[in-house]
Design a protein around this ligand. Sequence first.
Ligand code: MN
Length: 273
Amino acid sequence: MAAVLVIEDNATNLKLATLLLTRAGHTVLAAADAETGLTLAHLEKPELILMDIQLPGMDGLAATALLKQDPATAGIPVIALTAMAMKADQDRSRLAGCDGYITKPLRYQELYAAIDTLLVNRRVEAAGQQPEPHHVPSLFVREETTVDSPARGPGPPPVDVSMLESLVGSDPVVILDFLTDFRASAQLIGTALLAACRSADAVTVGAQAHKLKSSARSVGAQALGDLCERLEAAAKAGRLDTLGVLCPVFERDLHLVLAYLDARTAVPPAVTA
Ligand code: MN
């Protein structure tokens, strides 16, 4: 079991990683930006670092390069976490010095397999032997998988909870906790996003859409996550016309998701005598 530093700015994703790691018996240190993460890496010398690539300020690739240039931290394996699953991003993360690469949302089997491989290699190295050379590169060849939701009739539910179950397991208490958390953050972010739409503030729309995108996908709100991706792209391109079309769709989808979560997470009313 190891001390693992997670550098991740998205609260839902951090919570997911923390849950999966502590469940496997690891200790978790967390940082929401690269600068804090670098400081913690120096102070605490974790055995492994999970590094989100898209971070506010310094990105995860630059942070990894700094860790690998410094003899004090160069030996700590770094697994890049990213929503981008393109070959070019794998190459960039490898060049920056990352030892492995996992695409989000985190699937627990994959995370555990990556951690086991890297920790075993590191212990073999520490014992003065050469690690199995194929182990680490194998972390880079994972093919992007799309989230395949089971075929349904017309009108799939706005949140596919089986997606979340595949990430964290099916403990109803854990699922309820994630859904409740996600509902609160989706409402906050959605409200800010819609206000920014109304005032034609593309920068804020883009930032809020980015935030909601990956947490929506983590809990199985795939359509809302996809819509956030389109909003983010339109905002980055400064396409106010496209935002004008997408924002009402977002508002409708957000309400569908919130209503669905309300029904899923409702606490039965107390029986009054
Ligand atoms: Mn991020």
